[in-house]
Structure formats: structure tokens, C-alpha cells
Design a protein. Structure first.
Lengths: 372, 449
């Protein structure tokens, strides 16, 4: 009897194997290989994002050097321009806080806000600070630079004075150089960690094609959602409008508070996520949208892929309508429960965090599960 | 009939199947516990979370601190080993049942049918004389040794397994599973990257084949195991079935526990051979155990029949309680747990908690991830009782922060087995006005496909 049992099992395996071997190309049904999707996302989206960020932060270094050599209105403007470009470039790297980026706390090092003015001032005054310590994150990075380039005083002349006539002028200049160098070094480390000729994280990323928590799809979906909920929806929009603080607006919590680019950056960040979803770089490559289409995921009367793409666009349009400076807007208006932009951001969260992983069968938890 | 039944249950049979089951159960539990500790789950699941979802009526079950939780798991491990080798067996079985069940009652998030199964089996082990042969207890006190046990001591484990499989099979007889081949259609296609068989998993007919085979397997495997002529075949199927599920799904130790458990259906001869095999591995056991002169048997105490009858009656009734609630069971999950509903749903949700201060009319939102682990948040977002409990937690947090009369509303969206996500709960209901109970939660919106 046991032999018959074993025989049955082998027969089953044999039939399955034979079936696959003889005619695998003719099989109807879903054909989706996560490998090419990961390849596209890794090589055409993530690495170029870091590459672009690295180029920006190098340009930032150069501009910071010329500004500190000859601090005048012209060099300040150049530095500010490149600063804004770098801040935009950062939005395309921010969602990928795993692998090389996670190892050196890239996200919190580059963009922790609100920045701590008093800590920055005391750092400059004392001239002693360690940008490698975790506690320094709110006194460095792009938000600190935002403060130093825009927030030191009301007028440009007064700001420039800090770098020219102020008794601590040389310390101010050194602080700018140091924090730009810190950004540059970290971005460079992460970029090197990803590329084939460096740490080659890309090859691990592309090869982990499973659907479990440790797989690249699992890591991507999880960090994408975590970033979306906490960093994009809440920190960029929710906190300032007071959605978590009893309706009391927190204007100081705006990103790029002093340069007044909060909404522009929030939009940039949404576009970055939409591109990731679509697998879009120079052209529309394979992304999560194609994956959703392949598994036949529907959302009401359209495909879920279309629904998510449309929701991205709707959300971007609504966020664009928020008047800058955002800090001023929230102070004047406060938040209504039906705040249009936030409502759209919420709808997108439902689609990205519940609908998408569920339809793809991607695990977002690591524990034993019997499916209930 | 009753008399025949009674005679059948009290009839003397070899103790061997009981003894091997004891050893194997203790063994697999010890491995599971070590695995659990090494995975860091004691900390992640019971120390780290600042909030736990309790069972109705068991709100008093609280996690201990870091040291306490680890101590509890060490007790669990030692008692599992005690069961395995039969050392202070009765105390070990009681300690294991209590510590294991206590841990499971701490947080609903971690509810798994196979944990429920372990609790039930360890409860049964308390009442059987599984230590009275091939054990340290017998070495300590040779007079304990018996060769025969009443039939019921083995039948109860077979019956327990029959309940698990047959109810699991009945639960699969539903529209989604049989007609839509869901959720297997979603889950299998996620494995399309596998070499060779990967492409098969994307085939609709394969999802149907797996669904129907699974249902038939669950419904009939016990009968094939009981019948001596089909037993070996059935066991091969058991192994194949559970190994396939182990490869496909993250179900941990469950397949191994089930494979070992089904050995109880094998003949006395098989179990005797198994024990003599083990004796060869530990030869000193053989020497130290006295040879029997007469075949002695275990006397059944009358209260045991009473306890076991109640125990099984509850188990047989519990899975049907969902009939008392209106609406689609998978959607409302009223009466879902403790019913052997395994792998039946791909369900995901998203909850937004809207909080309003009734006095100042000020409004804000609470982000669950500020208080919950990703696992807790995921489980909560599809289960009304957990959403309610978390809403009450928010209420308490608000009161601590000085908001005397908060209103908490849940705007939640749920997708079930591939359906488009729909509003799950009545988002106009202030959940602070709702008390948890077993009565119907009429604030769950009806399911629409």
C-alpha cells in the first residue's frame, strides 16, 4: 500500500513535470516574471535616482565652495538654485530606505525636519559637532541647509551678513561645507553600494524574485508603503495641516519651510512614487502596474493598475492646488476634515497598502500564517 | 449501543501508540519553541508591542515583561521536553498546556488554528497515562509501568484529528473556494517565479485542482487513515499534501505537527517497532526498565468521561456558531476563529481612525502604526472586533491626554479574495458608544461582491 502511495505521488509529479517540459510556452494564463520588473526598477529607476542625487550633491559641494569663498548675492543664488534641485532629486531616492541606504540611515541623515535651529546655532557657535552621531540628524541634511540659506534672517542682505560680517562668519561657512560634505559622502556610499562595480546590491535586488518578506518585491512594497504613509502623506502634508495634532496646524513642520517649496517637493515625491509604480524612467518599462494587469486585478469597472495610476494623478492635481507657502496656508486655514488633498492622499494609501499587495499575494508580515 | 460504545472505549489496547505520540509531540513542540525563541518572536510579538488585542473574557491575560516572557517560554520548553521523555509527566503536561495557552491568549493577532490545535492536544495529554511506559517516570518508579491502556486514551487523539480535518474540509465547501478557486488563485500565481512548476501556478485549472483536491483531502483523509488497507497510501498523501503546503505558504511548523500526529492511526505493531528502534538509540533505557511479568492496565476514573464529553461537544458546536450571525462569514468574521478555517481568505484592509473631541469639536486622525506593529495593524484592519478594541484604546489615550469625551470613528476599506475594496464598517458610528460582546455587530456593512 505504501508503495502505491509513493507511486501515486511520483506519478503526480511526473505528470506535472512532463506537462511543463513539453509545452510550457503554450500555457494560457498569467505570465508575469518579477525578474524583469525588478531589473527595470533597480537599473532604470533606483540607481539613476541615486546617480542623479549624487550629481546634484556634487554640484551642491561646488556651489557651496564658491559661496564660502566669495559669499555674495550671486553665489548665494546659485547655491540656492542647486539646493532646490538637490532637494527635488532627493525625493526620487527617499522611498528606498533598504539595503545600502538603510545601513547608513540615509533618509534621516538627509531629510529630518523640522530642523533644530537652536542646535544648529549652538553647533556653529561651539564649532564642535559630530555628523556621524544619530542625534545630529535634526541639525544637518537638507533641512539644515534650508535654514542656513533662507531662514537665518528676513532679508537676503541680512542672511549674507552671517557669512561676511558676522563674528562667526567663518564658522557658518564651515558648517555649510561640512553638512554638504556629509550629504555628499552618504549619497556616494549608497550609490556605490548599489552599482555593479561597487557593492553590487543591484544583483541581489534583481535576483530575489520571490514574494515573501525578504524578497525584493516584498521589500519594495513594504518600504514604499511605509514611506508613503509616514513620510509623504503624514510628514509632508498631514502634520502641517494638523491631522495628528487635534487640528492644530503645525506650520513649522513643513518640509523646506524656509525656502517655501513644500508643495513643490511633495508633488515631486508623488511623481517619484508614480514612476516607481509604473516602472517609468525614460520610457514606460515594466512596473507594478504591469504586474497587476498580468494577474488580472480589477477595481470596480477598470483595472486596478488604471485605478492606481489615476489616483496618483488626481492626488498630484489636488496637492498642486495648495498655495505656497504651505506654512502660511495651514496657519490661515487650519484643516477641515474634508481637506481635499489629504482625502485623495488617503484614497491612494488604501490602494497602495491594501489593494495592491493583496492582489499580488505579496506578504507584508513575516510570521507564521495559516491564512486567516 | 451505549454499552457497546462504552465497552469499546474501555477495551484494553497496547500503550505503544500513546507513548510514541507523547514522545513525538514533545519533540516537535520543543523544536517549535526553540525556533520561536531563536526567531526573536518572543520579543517581537509579546514584548515590543505596546498594545495587545485581547480575547473577549480573557482581557486579564497580559504579557509579562521581557524576562518574564522568556521565562515563560523556557518553562514551556522544559515542560515540552518533560512530555517527550516522560519526566514528571503529568506536571509537565499541565505546565505546557497552561503556559502555551496563556501565551496564545495574550494577543488575537497571533491566532493560528494550529496553535489552537496544540492547546487542545496538550489538554488531552493531561488525562492520559502516556508516561507509563518508555519514560523516566517508569525508571523512577517501576511500579508505574503498564502495557495496556483503555482504548479511549488513543481514540481521543484520533477523534481530535478527525475534528480538525473534517471541519477544515467542511469550511472549504464554500462559493469562493470551490467556484472561484480563491484565494489559491491569487496565492499560487505569486509563485510563478519557481523553476519548472512556476508556470503551472499561473494556470487557472491548477488553482481549481488544488482547491478541490484540498477539500476532498480534508474531508476524507481521516477515513483513509482509519482503514488499515488504505492507511499507507493515506499517509503518503498526508506527507505529500503537507509538504506541498509547506513549500507554498508560510505556515511554519504546522505541516510537521500534522504529519507526526497522523502516525497515531498506525497499528500497535508499528508503534512497538518505533519504540524498540528508539531503544536502540538510547540503550541504557532498555536496561533500566524492568521486564513486565503481568500485563497491567490503567483504571479509568469516571470524571474523565465527563470532562472529555464536554470538551468534544464544545469543539463540535463552536464551528457552527457563525450560523447565528447574519451576513457573509468571511466578511464579518463573526464566529470565524476556533473553527478550523484554514487558508480560506486573502483579505486586506485599511483603517483610518477619525477622532473628534465632542466638547471642542476639534478633529484629528490617529495613525495605527504609532501604536501597533505591522502584523497587528494588518490583522486589525480586516477584523471588526479588533478595530473596535483599538478604537476603545484610542479613547483611553485621548482621555489621558485630556480630551474628556472623544468620538472615534473608523473609516475602513477591505478587499476579500480579489474583490474591489469596499467600505467595511459604518463610518458614522462612534465606536466609543459600542461595547464588545458576542451579539451581532450591526455596524458592519453588508458584503457586496
Amino acid at each position: 500500500m505504501f508503495r502505491i502511495g509513493v507511486l501515486t505521488v511520483f506519478c503526480f509529479i511526473g505528470i506535472v513535470a512532463g506537462f511543463v517540459a513539453c509545452d510550457s510556452s503554450d500555457l494560457e494564463g498569467i505570465h508575469f516574471d518579477r525578474g524583469p520588473m525588478l531589473n527595470n526598477i533597480g537599473n532604470n529607476i533606483i540607481i539613476p535616482a541615486y546617480e542623479n542625487m549624487l550629481a546634484s550633491s556634487e554640484a551642491l559641494s561646488t556651489a557651496a565652495t564658491s559661496f564660502t569663498t566669495t559669499p555674495d548675492a550671486a553665489s548665494l543664488n546659485t547655491l540656492r538654485e542647486i539646493f532646490f534641485n538637490t532637494y527635488k532629486a532627493w525625493q526620487y531616492c527617499a522611498p528606498y530606505e533598504f539595503g545600502p541606504a538603510e545601513a547608513i540611515y540615509l533618509r534621516s541623515s538627509v531629510n529630518t525636519y523640522p530642523t533644530n535651529k537652536s542646535e544648529i546655532n549652538s553647533n556653529i557657535g561651539s564649532g564642535t559637532y559630530d555628523f556621524n552621531s544619530i542625534s545630529s540628524v535634526d541639525a544637518k541634511g537638507l533641512p539644515a541647509l534650508d535654514y542656513l540659506l533662507y531662514g537665518l534672517a528676513e532679508t537676503d542682505e541680512a542672511i549674507l551678513a552671517f557669512y561676511t560680517t558676522d563674528s562667526n562668519a567663518s564658522k557658518y561657512k564651515q558648517y555649510i561645507l561640512d553638512l554638504v560634505a556629509d550629504i555628499n559622502a552618504r549619497v556616494s556610499t549608497v550609490y556605490e553600494g548599489w552599482i555593479e562595480t561597487g557593492g553590487n546590491y543591484i544583483s541581489a535586488f534583481v535576483s530575489k524574485t520571490g514574494n515573501d518578506v525578504g524578497s525584493s518585491s516584498g521589500i519594495l512594497v513594504n518600504s514604499m508603503n511605509q514611506y508613503y504613509e509616514r513620510d509623504l502623506r503624514d510628514l509632508k502634508i498631514g502634520y502641517p495641516v494638523g491631522i495628528r495634532s487635534l487640528g492644530v496646524p503645525l506650520p513649522n513642520y513643513c518640509e523646506a519651510l524656509y525656502s517655501k517649496n513644500s508643495i513643490a517637493l511633495a508633488n515631486e515625491s508623488l511623481i517619484a512614487m508614480q514612476n516607481l509604480f509604473l516602472g517609468f524612467s525614460d520610457e514606460n518599462g515594466i512596473g507594478f502596474d504591469d504586474y497587476l494587469v498580468a494577474v488580472g486585478a480589477q477595481y470596480n469597472n477598470k483595472t486596478l493598475a488604471e485605478a492606481i495610476d489615476e489616483q496618483f494623478t488626481t492626488t498630484i492635481n489636488k496637492v498642486t492646488l495648495i498655495p505656497e507657502p504651505f506654512s502660511q496656508t495651514v496657519e490661515n486655514a487650519g484643516v477641515e476634515t474634508d481637506d481635499a488633498a489629504y482625502v485623495e492622499l488617503q484614497k491612494l494609501a488604501v490602494l497602495l497598502k491594501a489593494e495592491m499587495p493583496s492582489k499580488l499575494g505579496i506578504l507584508i508580515t513575516y510570521q507564521d500564517n495559516d491564512g486567516d | 449501543v451505549f454499552d457497546r460504545c462504552k465497552r469499546y472505549c474501555l477495551q484494553s489496547v497496547s500503550i505503544a501508540p500513546l507513548v510514541t505520540s507523547r514522545v513525538l509531540f514533545g519533540f516537535i513542540m520543543a523544536i517549535s519553541i526553540v525556533r520561536f525563541i531563536l526567531n526573536g518572536w518572543v520579543h517581537d510579538l509579546y514584548v515590543k508591542p505596546i498594545f495587545h488585542f485581547t480575547y473577549f473574557g480573557f482581557e486579564w491575560v497580559k504579557p509579562l515583561n521581557e524576562v518574564g516572557m522568556h521565562a515563560l517560554f523556557i518553562i514551556m520548553l522544559i515542560s515540552a521536553l518533560g512530555i517527550m521523555v516522560g519526566f514528571f509527566y503529568r506536571i509537565s503536561a499541565i505546565l505546557f498546556f497552561l503556559s502555551f495557552t496563556y501565551v496564545e491568549l495574550i494577543d488575537k493577532t497571533t491566532y493560528l488554528n494550529h496553535y489552537y490545535f496544540v492547546s487542545l492536544v496538550s489538554f488531552l495529554l493531561i488525562f492520559v497515562p502516556a508516561n507509563r511506559y518508555f519514560s523516566f517516570d517508569v525508571i523512577r518508579r517501576p511500579s508505574l509501568k503498564i502495557d495496556l491502556v483503555p482504548n479511549w486514551a488513543i481514540l481521543i487523539f484520533k477523534f481530535q484529528l478527525a475534528i480538525v480535518y473534517i471541519f477544515a474540509g467542511l469550511a472549504k465547501l464554500n462559493y469562493d473556494w470551490l467556484v472561484e478557486a480563491q484565494p489559491l488563485r491569487i496565492w499560487l500565481s505569486a509563485h510563478s517565479h519557481w523553476p519548472l512548476v512556476g508556470k503551472l501556478f499561473t494556470q487557472t485549472w491548477v488553482a481549481y485542482a488544488f482547491s478541490w483536491t484540498g477539500a476532498v483531502y480534508d474531508l476524507f483523509i481521516v477515513f483513509l487513515l482509519i482503514n488499515q488497507r488504505t492507511r499507507l497510501f493515506a499517509f503518503a498523501v498526508v506527507v505529500a499534501f503537507h509538504m506541498i503546503t509547506w513549500w507554498l505558504f508560510p505556515i511554519g511548523m504546522f505541516p510537521f505537527i500534522m504529519i507526526l500526529s497522523t502516525l497515531i492511526f498506525f497499528s500497535d505493531e508499528f508503534h512497538k517497532k518505533l519504540i524498540s528502534g528508539w531503544r536502540k538509540i538510547v540503550p541504557w533505557l532498555k536496561k533500566s526498565e524492568p521486564r513486565p511479568t503481568v500485563e497491567r492496565t490503567f483504571v479509568t476514573k469516571p470524571y474523565i468521561a465527563f470532562i472529555l464529553t464536554i470538551f468534544f461537544l464544545i469543539q463540535i458546536i463552536l464551528p457552527w456558531r457563525f450560523l447565528l450571525y447574519p451576513g457573509k462569514l468571511f466578511w464579518t468574521e463573526q464566529g470565524y476563529r476556533f473553527s478550523w478555517r484554514v487558508m480560506l481568505m486573502e483579505k486586506a484592509g485599511y483603517v483610518i481612525f477619525h477622532v473628534k473631541d465632542s466638547n471642542s469639536q476639534k478633529y484629528f486622525q490617529v495613525m495605527p502604526s504609532d501604536y501597533l506593529t505591522p502584523q497587528q495593524e494588518k490583522m486589525m484592519s480586516t477584523q471588526p472586533d479588533m478595530i473596535l478594541e483599538f478604537a476603545h484604546f484610542i479613547e483611553k489615550q485621548c482621555i489621558v491626554k485630556g480630551i474628556k469625551d472623544p468620538e472615534v470613528r473608523a473609516e475602513s476599506y477591505v478587499t476579500l479574495n480579489g474583490s474591489t475594496s469596499a467600505l467595511f464598517l459604518d463610518s458614522a458610528i462612534d465606536l466609543t458608544t459600542i461595547k464588545e460582546s458576542f451579539s451581532n455587530k450591526d455596524w458592519i456593512l453588508p458584503y457586496k461582491r
